[in-house]
Design a protein around this ligand. Structure first.
Ligand SMILES: Nc1ncnc2c1ncn2[C@@H]1O[C@H](COP(=O)(O)OP(=O)(O)OP(=O)(O)O)[C@@H](O)[C@H]1O
Ligand SMILES: [Mg+2]
Length: 429
């Protein structure tokens, strides 16, 4: 059993590409930690550094309490499963599963028993005498998984093992992986770019973007209380409404979020009120999930946005409405593009980096906390195009296109971020 600790781990590829930037992470003994992020954010790089397949440029990796930066891959007691779990084509399923144990010179009877037992758990016992070429994609991934599990390593590293399978097979195997690794109690780091996979599988999720850790916590923590606007947007199943608002505190009576065409008040009793009031006079980013908005019932009052329903969208289990409210939309703040970021101190604030970005994108970049690179204006809040507010209507469409709509806002579910996308309330974990 093993605990994995990454202490300021950084990866710069030859040529200067900063793929992982000062990553601090800890997977506890027996934990299933999911690394989640968009394509190219550095997930595989991080996993390969843990496996010893890629050098660590800077920082420390600890495995089971020992520093492991320079440990040979075979001495790390890890097993890795890749997206296309490569199998030995000329060996049967049985031969593939037993291979890691044969290499370890295990007792042949034990090998036979273990292979049969494992093949039953993975539902591939019927295929033991077949070669990989005759298996379906799902069966091949099960064999690859089995080959990693068979010698019971201290650590499993899984790099998008299900991404080549169809949706049904993915769901099925996902549940099996979850119960299998939990039954074995082996620490597992599982990489995916699929937020549903992350939410359903993980003990904890670490979200990455552009080589930078965005948030880490249990699925409920990162979903309900995301540390950054990026996390909020990435974990939303429907598109997140991200709006620009100026904070005002008229006569100190309440907090007003001023959206230009609309104002929403937040009472001092809101637990975030004090933290938000620290931004009085400044622009912040307000994230609203479509299910925190609803049609305001007839004759009722409360915080509302008003506008014209532009279009309705049918999603099978629900309808979404797009409502024109004239509120400025903002782009998701992201760390600066790693192509223009130097490691070791250059980072987001390097003046060379800034001048290069200015040249390339003809835009003004703030000195600190550059939010979304080329898309951001001087105040960091993007182009201020008008947003359509996306509202979840549920199973029946209560509005028609063209209709004037009153959209009720659940103020307690507004997600509030600084202009650089960091959560505004005091950290609770
Ligand atoms: N050997 C390399 N040399 C230079 N750059 C590399 C190398 N390997 C990866 N990169 C770059 O590092 C970044 C991170 O790559 P990585 O494979 O870790 O991303 P990822 O998050 O696993 O993406 P995906 O979800 O598409 O697999 C990418 O921009 C990639 O082009
Ligand atoms: Mg990858």
């Amino acid at each position: 059993m093993s605990q994995v600790v990454l202490d300021n781990v950084t990866k710069v590829y030859p040529g200067g590409f900063l793929a992982v930037d000062r990553m601090n992470l800890r997977a506890e003994d027996g934990e299933l930690l999911v690394l989640l992020g968009p394509s190219g954010c550095g997930k595989s790089t991080l996993l390969r550094m843990i496996a010893g397949l890629e050098d660590i440029t800077d920082g420390d990796l600890w495995l089971g309490g020992k520093i492991a930066n320079h440990l040979a891959p075979r001495d790390r007691d890890v097993a890795m499963v890749f997206q296309n779990g490569a199998l030995y084509p000329h060996r049967t399923v049985r031969g593939n599963l037993s291979f890691p144990l044969e290499i370890a010179k295990a007792d042949p009877q034990m090998v036979r028993d273990r292979v049969v037992e494992l093949s039953k758990a993975l539902h591939i016992d019927e295929t033991l005498d077949r070669r990989p070429g005759t298996l379906s994609g799902g069966q091949r991934q099960r064999v690859a998984m089995g080959r990693a599990i068979v010698r019971q390593p201290s650590l499993f590293l899984m790099d998008e093992p299900l991404s080549n399978l169809d949706a049904g097979m993915r769901t099925e195997l996902r549940m099996e992986i979850s119960s299998l690794v939990r039954a074995l109690g082996v620490t597992t780091i599982y990489v995916t770019h699929d937020q549903i996979e992350a939410l359903t599988l993980a003990d904890r999720i670490a979200i990455m973007n552009r080589g930078v850790l965005q948030d880490i916590g249990t699925p409920a923590q990162v979903y309900n209380d995301p540390a950054t606007a990026f996390t909020a947007a990435f974990l939303s199943s429907q598109q997140l409404n991200l709006l620009a608002a100026t904070v005002r505190t008229p006569q100190n009576q309440f907090i007003m979020l001023d959206f230009g065409t609309h104002q929403i008040t937040m009472p001092w009793t809101d637990p975030r009120a004090y933290a938000v009031s620290q931004h009085t006079g400044s622009q912040i980013i307000v994230g609203i999930r479509p299910d925190a908005l609803a049609p305001m019932p007839e004759g009722m009052d409360g915080p509302v946005f008003m506008g014209r329903v532009r279009t309705l969208e049918y999603h099978g289990h629900e309808w979404l409405a797009y409502v024109e409210c004239g509120i400025p939309a903002v782009a998701v703040p992201e760390p600066p593009d790693p192509r223009f970021r130097a490691a070791n101190g250059g980072g987001a604030n390097g003046s060379k980096t800034r001048s290069m970005m200015r040249r390339l994108f003809n835009s003004d970049i703030d000195a600190d906390d550059t939010p979304s690179g080329p898309q951001s204006g001087p105040n960091g809040l993007g182009s201020h195009r008008r947003a359509d507010l996306i509202v979840r209507l549920g199973a029946r469409p209560s509005w028609r296109a063209g209709e004037h709509a009153r959209v009720a806002v659940d103020v307690s579910r507004l997600m509030l971020f600084t202009h650089t996308g960091a959560r505004i309330d005091p950290p609770r974990r």
